[in-house]
Design a protein around this ligand. Structure first.
Ligand code: ADP
Length: 169
């Protein structure tokens, strides 16, 4: 049984087996969660990302996929990078956003991670409306068959926390 928990705060401050990064397809850094993870986790994470780009991920990481690196100096064993879809008012594919959660949990299972912290993928620079993104996230995690024991959604602000709280409780 996977337990879903929610906390308001900074995902880089979590003590978990794996921290999920809302990365971009280059894997070479960005703002938001990505910037915070690389800042606090130190250069080992970027070094791992560069190795991935030089090997199996020459074109970068596709939207909806996930891949792990070291967590550097974070209080975690791994960072799992996933690339959320950019929201488009003309129509965005919710299955790609759900895939981020599913793929990240698959990677977590391969690693043997039992506690995994997720940000609200795609709800920052990528523009996905929080209520919709939260519903997709929670449904995807609930539907996943995984050995992960705790999925912790880490929400940066009070509004996002409230949106997730209504879905969880
Ligand atoms: P994306 O590019 O997938 O939209 P962002 O990193 O821009 O990713 O934002 C994703 C969500 O993470 C947003 O809701 C943003 O407010 C939140 N966020 C930003 N920094 C942090 C952090 N340090 N910890 C947790 N959540 C964060």
């Amino acid at each position: 049984m996977t337990t879903i928990t929610i906390v308001q705060g900074d995902i880089t401050r979590q003590s978990v087996d794996a921290i999920v990064n809302a990365a971009n397809s280059s894997l070479l850094g960005g703002g938001g969660v990505d910037g915070a993870i690389h800042r606090r986790g130190g250069p080992a994470i970027l070094a791992d990302c560069r190795r991935l780009r030089a090997s199996h991920y020459g074109k970068g990481l596709a939207t909806g996929r996930a891949v792990a690196t070291t967590a550097g100096e974070l209080d975690a064993r791994w960072v799992i990078h996933t690339v959320g879809p950019v929201y488009q008012a003309s129509g965005s594919d919710p299955s790609l956003l759900a895939s981020c959660y599913r793929a990240s949990l698959e990677v977590a299972d391969e690693l043997g991670a039992r506690t995994v912290a997720f940000p609200a993928v795609s709800t920052g620079v990528y523009g996905w409306p929080m209520a919709d993104a939260a519903r997709i996230a929670v449904e995807a995690v609930r539907a996943a068959r995984t050995a992960v024991e705790e999925v912790r959604f880490v929400l940066f602000d009070d509004k996002a926390y409230q949106v997730f709280a209504e879905l969880i409780h």
